[in-house]
Write a protein that binds this ligand. Structure first.
Ligand SMILES: [Mg+2]
Length: 412
């Protein structure tokens, strides 16, 4: 039987901040967007205070102060690196995995004797090895796995498998607007017909869904019935970060081949970013050997870079990606997968670059040299980067990727 599992990190950015500052446990935590403008992540305590997703910071500033909310600037070097650590563990949890966003990964649990027991072990491992809490939802389709994940965040200890036997009960508890791919317009149309739960949507006539909500609507109904018939992209492309990662047709040992694959994935991801009018601030690249081939040596590294200036220009992004790949490349391994994650997406302004400015090769050498020197170098002449970086006033140290920002331990 097909069993899709979706592993999703809980309040990911806020959880990353907590890993390195345990004093934040139990306290409301909020992370702000890249210019400290609005709220992009909230701990459960912050949600309970009524702080909304995307809320402008100045609107809730006074209230957050009153309640002692801990507020941080976004730290994508940290989030990108923590994501790599979580995904590395998830890659071992199933023979096939598909990174969907910075904090979500689909796993193929088909044929597993005890998927719930396995999911509990994976969840425990991720928590113990990275400090990040995750939830795992399972079902016979990706839409059901996503629904199960939403429900697992609220109850059932972070793991839920929606089966034909328990589907009525669980789907009744999920508001229809929480179903993956159901937007505001669909929600209103469904409410007019008295359909307010995922169960209600599952039970409409597929043909009616097609008339009212198009082909995608019809497929959503079928997916809720446990019939897997959609690609992720058809449901809802992620907006806040873009991932492109695929397994190769065969294991690759030549750097040249892996570089070509990576460049083509960057090309795909960059096109998506441009299509939504964004520019990329941070990039993560990861490499995986086949961890299920016990006869082969294993190596699954990842690297993150904060781009000198936000860009959506493909050649510039490819250059960054190849630099990351070369920095972590080691001969003698057979690689199964390479992937790129584009993070910290900025709204495009006239300052964002669709076209190269100046000499790319020279910029690249300068960047490489600057990375070596770390914070000794400021991108004064580039202007744009410093303008937003200066506003990241409450960013925590990049604990996991900067030697000079390591966490300090004190002995009593
Ligand atoms: Mg999440």
């Amino acid at each position: 039987m097909a069993i899709f599992a979706l592993a999703d990190c809980n309040n990911f950015y806020a959880s990353c901040e907590r890993v390195f500052q345990p004093r934040l446990n139990g306290k409301p935590v909020v992370v702000l967007s890249n210019n400290d403008g609005c709220v992009i992540a909230r701990s459960e305590e912050a949600k309970a205070l009524g702080i909304g997703m995307g809320e402008a910071e100045f609107k809730v500033r006074a209230m957050m102060k009153t309640h002692g909310v801990q507020v941080f600037s976004s730290n994508y070097a940290l989030y990108g690196d923590m994501s790599g650590r979580v995904m590395r563990i998830l890659a071992e949890a199933a023979p096939h995995s598909e990174v969907y966003s910075i904090d979500e990964c689909f796993l193929d649990f088909a044929g597993m004797a005890d998927p719930v027991g396995h999911a509990r072990i994976v969840r425990e491992q991720v928590k113990r090895w990275t400090g990040i809490p995750i939830s795992i939802g399972m079902g016979a389709s990706k839409v059901l796995a996503k629904a199960a994940n939403k429900l697992a965040k609220k109850a059932t200890g972070g793991v839920l498998w929606i089966t034909p036997e328990n589907a009525d009960e669980w789907l009744e508890l999920l508001p229809v607007e929480k179903v993956w791919g159901i937007g505001r317009a669909h929600t209103a149309r469904l409410a007019a017909k008295g359909i307010t739960t995922a169960r209600g949507l599952r039970d409409v006539e597929p043909r009616w869904a097609r008339q009212e909500m198009g082909v995608v609507g019809e497929r959503l109904v079928l997916e809720l019935r446990g019939l897997s018939c959609m690609e992720i992209e058809e449901v809802a492309p992620p907006k806040k970060n873009v991932v492109c990662a695929k397994s190769f047709g065969r294991l690759l040992r030549e750097r040249r081949e892996v570089e070509e694959a990576l460049a083509s994935y960057v090309d795909i991801a960059a096109a998506k970013v441009r299509a939504q009018g964004s520019a990329v601030g941070t990039m993560q690249v990861f490499l995986q050997t086949n961890v299920f081939r016990e006869d082969l040596p294993q190596y699954c590294p990842h690297r993150v870079t904060v781009l000198g200036e936000a860009t959506s220009y493909t050649p510039a992004l490819i250059e960054h990606a190849l630099r990351l790949l070369r920095a972590m490349w080691r001969e003698g391994f057979a690689f199964k997968k390479v992937g790129v994650m584009l993070l910290d997406l900025h709204e495009t302004t006239q300052l964002s670059l669709f076209e190269p400015r100046g000499n790319d090769a020279a910029r690249s050498r300068l960047q490489a040299a600057a990375d070596q020197l770390g914070d000794l170098v400021r991108w004064g002449s580039m202007g744009f980067d410093t303008s937003w970086r200066l506003r990241a006033e409450r960013r925590t140290p990049r604990y996991t990727t900067r030697l000079d920002e390591l966490a300090t331990a004190r002995a009593a």
